[in-house]
Design a protein around this ligand. Structure first.
Ligand code: GLU
Length: 465
């Protein structure tokens, strides 16, 4: 049997950590078993549907390189199919029309609550055959009255529901729209899904879907319900923690490798191993090692993994990410920047913030630093370095260091002051990696123009005085 799994998000919000982890597990399970992974967009909730969320789903999966073999399928394009099946079920008696008024349903509900019963439809219309299509009605599924729905969840073990607890759920609304659980069940059947891997919040939908599948004579897939992810406070994830869209992690400078690695470990383990390449994930992933208990989101752990990847991936690869992140060219200059800056930082955002002055458009002069170092006593040293740099034939950090050292000796200015003055002139700030390396990186043209701006700055102070 060819394994077939699916990821079936509803485009009613941004994909967050929990949804992506479900997608990842489903994808890994398919890839591990050389099966098929499909993407299905469950877009039947007209009120909450937004096109931008479909785009965010696709962008998020593309960013993380979670690729699909079929789809995206859209439920709204399958209404004819759903309606054919509903009409068939009406003929067979596994579904029936219900014309109960809202008032009757409200009263029924109230009296059931008063009598301590679970509110559910009482089957009042079940025996009213041959109701005309012209009368406003909904279509209900005729849920079995007796017996149990039992399934073996791959993560949680045996789960049992009493049919008496289940409702005759509406499968087509009065406006003709098929409803959620029905569409999911029919899609899983039509698309040949063998394993439904999804969030724990869908456990209660599973017996409804299994009963529908049985009624239409479909095979029942295997189910695996993945636990919830909680915030560090043990409560539902809040915006502050991780309920933000996954693409916001991209904006914050996380690498796809780190997100995937963090997510696979959040609820799944293999010995004490922390770091997994994607091919290791595919080789090692099995559902029986997915934890039943909820996971706790920990941003520091995610940062730690991100730092690991920034430190260990080849500079060329980080430069590629950084170029997309900063919207600049990925060239040898950027690769050098990564080599000079990369190691200590935890995110692309941190690298970008600290290296952006290497590019002309990003320079910003910190006025406190300027006031401290760009003053008349340092004018001469800047001027001298500028002239020497203009005469340099071999543009490399060693020669640049020589120039700085010689200037310090010639003008009898402490090396620390020379470097700081130069640093403020060139980076706009008082901290950076070795200034000779920075000068090498940004090149003669930008260096000279920044020194000239610093000289102008000093002249202006003098004029103001
Ligand atoms: N569309 C559902 C959701 O976004 C998932 C349904 C399923 O996986 O069965 O929560």
């Amino acid at each position: 049997m060819k394994i077939k799994t699916r990821f079936a998000p509803s485009p009613t919000g941004n994909l967050h950590i929990g949804s992506i982890r479900t997608a990842l597990y489903s994808w890994l399970f398919a890839r591990h078993n050389r099966g098929i992974f499909i993407l299905r967009i469950e877009d039947t909730d007209e009120e909450r549907y937004q096109k931008k969320f479909v785009k965010a789903i696709i962008d998020s999966l593309n960013w993380l390189k979670i690729d699909w073999d079929e789809g995206p399928y859209y439920q709204t394009k399958r209404f004819d199919r759903y309606n054919d099946i509903i009409n068939n079920m009406l003929n067979k008696g596994t579904a029936y029309k219900c014309i109960c008024s809202k008032e009757r349903l409200d009263n029924l509900r109230k009296s059931q609550i008063i009598n301590g019963q679970k509110p559910r439809y009482d089957g009042y219309c079940k025996t009213k055959y041959n109701l005309s299509n012209n009368i406003p009605h909904v279509v209900r599924f005729s849920n079995p009255q007796e017996g149990y729905v039992i399934f073996n969840d791959e993560i949680r073990g045996r789960i049992k529901f009493n049919n008496k607890e289940l409702d005759d759920l509406i499968i087509r609304r009065s406006d003709g729209y098929p409803t959620y659980n029905f569409c999911v069940a029919i899609d899983d059947w039509d698309m040949g899904i063998t394993h439904v891997i999804r969030g724990e919040d869908h456990i209660n939908n599973t017996p409804k879907q299994i009963n529908i599948l049985r009624a239409v004579g479909a095979n029942i897939p295997t189910y695996a319900h993945v636990s919830m992810i909680f915030g560090p406070d043990g409560k539902k994830l809040s915006k502050r923690h991780a309920a933000i869209g996954i693409l916001q992690y991209r904006q914050q400078g996380y690498l796809p490798e780190a997100i995937l690695n963090y997510l696979i470990r959040l609820g799944w383990s293999h010995k004490n191993k922390e770091i997994f390449t994607v091919s290791e994930m595919i080789n090692l992933f099995t559902l029986n090692k997915v934890s039943k208990s909820p996971s706790i989101f920990n941003i520091n752990k995610l940062k730690w993994i991100n730092h690991h990847y920034i430190n260990t991936l080849p500079a060329e690869q980080i430069a590629k990410y950084l170029s997309q992140y900063m919207n600049i060219d990925c060239d040898s200059k950027l690769i050098k920047i990564v080599e000079v800056f990369g190691k200590g930082y935890k995110t692309l955002q941190e690298i970008s913030k600290s290296c952006n002055y290497c590019y002309e458009n990003f320079f910003e002069l910190n006025i406190d630093c300027a006031n401290k170092y760009l003053n008349y006593s340092n004018y001469k040293l800047l001027e001298s370095i500028r002239s020497k740099l203009l005469l340099t034939c071999n543009w490399n950090s060693e020669n640049i260091h020589e120039i700085i050292l010689n200037t310090s000796k010639e003008l009898k200015v402490n090396m620390n002051i020379v470097c700081m003055t130069l640093r403020v002139a060139i980076t706009g700030n008082d901290s950076s990696p070795s200034i000779n390396k920075i000068i090498e990186l940004i090149g003669l043209k930008i260096t000279v123009s920044r020194i000239e701006n610093a000289l102008d700055f000093i002249k202006n102070i003098k004029i103001l005085k």
